[in-house]
Design a protein around this ligand. Sequence first.
Ligand code: ATP
Length: 359
Amino acid sequence: MAQLDLSSITKRYGDFYATRNLSLSVEDGEFVALLGPSGCGKTTTMRMIAGFVEPTEGSVHIGGRDMTNLPPWKRDTGLVFQNYALFPHLSVAQNVAFGLEMRHISKSDIAPKVEEALRLVRLGGMGDRMPRQMSGGQQQRVALARALVFRPDVLLLDEPLSNLDAKLRLEVRVEIRELQRKMGITTVMVTHDQEEALTMADRLVVMRDGEVRQVGTQRDLYERPTDSFVASFVGRSSFLHGTARDAGQFLTRGGLQIQCAELEKVLFGPALLSLRPERIIVDSRPPEGLENVFPGEVSFVSYLGGLLDIHIQLAGDEQVIAQIPNRAEAGIPQIGDKVFVGWSAASARVFSDPDRSAS
Ligand code: ATP
């Protein structure tokens, strides 16, 4: 177990930067998830930690030791890939033993270590089976046992659950997290699945174009995103373009005047206001006690079971999406219903507008 430090790592392919000046510290025993759109450099970052890709600049330290120029087999990193990558012609036990043999562990030590690793992932006694005799979830657990068997300092999970069906994903997600906690192993995971990242990781790293945009807990990212990209990438938001003015006011392009507590801190000028869907109250009468109340018309309703997504058209061609609990007694709003929406001045976040500040 060890702390992982990436210091200003850049990976260049010709003129293209797969990662740029990326720094990240993962505490001993911490579970961090890398999130970001396709091509933002997540896998490249993982490969640099594992030693399969050499950084153009910067360094990788594990447990305080400089690993930047060491080959993968000299780093104590355990890797689990999306496609399990088990050897089909080797038994489960032989697959798990492979990493130990590579490390020249004595034969007599290998068998008990393999059995212990299989027990850890709840596959005790199944070492003689072949991979084809195992389900997808079991194969992924074999891959996990193979990564854990030599007690690596850092566990790297690259989309480890994406080949599993939805129900199994939930199960294996919990299993991996519990095991990671129990072993106290420093872990970095890449995932496309936000919910997976939100439920498994201690902290999330949001990346874009090879750079880290924000690192924080789920709550930090959801409630205090540092820019509109993070606000749109983590959770959902309605965005309104407009102008930030003094005295806590935001004027939308369509002419709505919105009270916004946060405006004391932002630069005035072209801006983007973001609202989380559950912060918007929808009612047939004007909601009380809120600084922002506007009449609107329901333009779309998504029925999500316990929750309803209500799209509401406001004056000036503005639209917001509210998420409300599905309460039988309140009825379900219908398209065309005239309603009021409301939110507090503290609910909105305001960012400089990337489209307009670039122009
Ligand atoms: P995804 O979510 O789609 O897996 P990612 O965030 O993991 O994407 P990377 O695989 O790290 O992204 O790739 C980052 C960028 O670097 C991409 O634009 C990719 O095309 C580019 N890239 C990766 N490897 C190479 C390479 N060997 N040569 C040139 N470009 C590369």
